[in-house]
Design a protein around this ligand. Structure first.
Ligand code: UD1
Length: 362
């Protein structure tokens, strides 16, 4: 049995790492394919180092492009990989273009697909990730979910429940494994000369927030006027490009910096006062850590972070953002709790299911 694990973008590395480690522990043959969707040291290599991931067996080197061209390049290159190695199962994670491209290729070659983080839905098809999720789920043989809403969504869409396994959250496996190291590294002091719990953290990279100058400028202005508390802002390359194009300067309380390696960023978030974000993953990480999360979007595909966790959708309305930051700073925020099975053991559950599935097929 040969399992082919496909990664391409930053959040993929975090979700795939515990699966790669678990397969290795059980001596199951695996192949790690990196599409090269993310390629900068800060967006890719530093994650492989921090997460203890081996060098990819195959690097497709596709780089950035329009959605169609990037997806097509991954498909062409990944087809060759499948022809050469003939894997028995392709494992994809999350909802990026690499996830979609690898799934389409595998499905056309009749190679079964396992999708980790299946079933999440924002019900907003203007998000590229929503399209990627829908297609990938409907092509997958094994679907691994992180929260009950995902099971309900898949059921509504007619996907047989025998194929769906609620296993918890692999990203939280990684978080729990590295949390102590992140805190011991004291990134707030070492990188920014600050005290713990004296700052916020901001991430921003959704096309809907950063690709239009007016929206991006409005958000930055609102954040700069909302508080005196320093806000560390590791700037994603997409956002950096848009800020430069629009000539937007970042000033206090924002403290911009380059994207951070995984462990440093985890430590920084774990000791922050609050997080402002439009990322999907960070909504879950803050829920696991019990840190208030103000999500700069009007919807989420991860409703459990609102129902049980520390997340709140504040959107992009300046008044709501200011009010929410004021509430957090006044100590008025829900405590939240960690959702069921976000316990650091999701990857072993996934590999159990895969092994059982293989044994049934033989
Ligand atoms: C991608 C995912 C998004 C995920 C995000 C995490 C898709 C459709 N989007 O968005 O779901 O939340 O990754 O970071 O798959 N760039 C660099 N260096 C890199 C990578 C990108 O400079 O290593 C720049 C390029 O200018 C590129 C832009 O960032 O055009 C956007 O990269 P891309 O991978 O297309 O989308 P992300 O915004 O990163």
């Amino acid at each position: 049995m040969l399992i082919c694990n496909v990664v391409g973008a930053r959040p993929n590395f975090i979700k795939m790492a515990p699966i790669v480690h678990e397969l290795h522990k059980r001596s199951i043959a695996q192949l790690l394919v990196h599409t090269g969707q993310h390629y900068d040291t800060q967006m890719s290599h530093s994650f492989f180092v921090d997460l203890g991931l081996p060098e990819p067996d195959v690097y497709l080197d596709v780089g950035s492009d329009t959605h169609a061209r990037q997806t097509a390049r991954i498909m062409r290159a990944f087809e060759q990989v499948c022809l050469h190695y003939r894997p028995d199962l392709v494992v994809v994670v999350g909802d990026v273009n690499s996830t979609l491209a690898a799934s389409v290729v595998a499905a056309k070659m009749h190679i079964p697909i396992a999708h980790v983080e299946a079933g999440l839905r924002s019900f907003d098809r203007s998000m590229p990730e929503e399209v990627n999720r829908l297609v990938t789920d409907h092509l997958s043989e094994l679907l691994f979910t992180t929260e009950p809403s995902a099971n309900a969504n898949l059921q509504t869409e007619g996907i047989a429940s025998e194929r769906v396994n609620y296993v918890g959250n692999c990203m939280i496996d990684t978080l729990l494994k590295h949390l102590d190291a992140g805190i011991e590294a004291e990134p707030w002091a070492r990188l920014f000369g600050m005290e713990p719990a004296s700052y916020g953290v901001l991430t921003l990279h959704r096309p809907s927030n950063v690709d239009e100058q007016e929206i991006l400028a409005g958000l930055i202005q609102t954040l700069q006027r909302s508080t005196d508390v320093p806000i560390v802002f590791p700037v994603h390359p997409r956002t950096r490009n848009r800020l430069e194009e629009a000539g937007i300067d970042l000033s206090a309380p924002l403290r911009p910096c380059a994207p951070l390696p995984y462990v440093a960023f985890l430590g920084l978030v774990a000791r922050s006062k609050f997080v402002l974000t439009d990322s999907g993953g960070l909504q879950e990480e803050t829920t696991a850590l019990g840190i208030p999360c103000l999500t700069l979007r009007s919807n989420t595909e991860r409703p459990i972070t609102i129902e049980e966790g520390t997340n709140c959708l504040v959107g992009t309305d300046p008044y709501k953002i200011r009010e929410s930051i004021a509430s957090v700073l006044a100590g008025n925020w829900k405590q939240g709790k960690r959702p069921p099975l976000w316990d650091g053991c999701s990857a072993p559950r996934i590999v159990d299911v895969i092994e059982h599935w293989f044994s049934e097929r033989c």
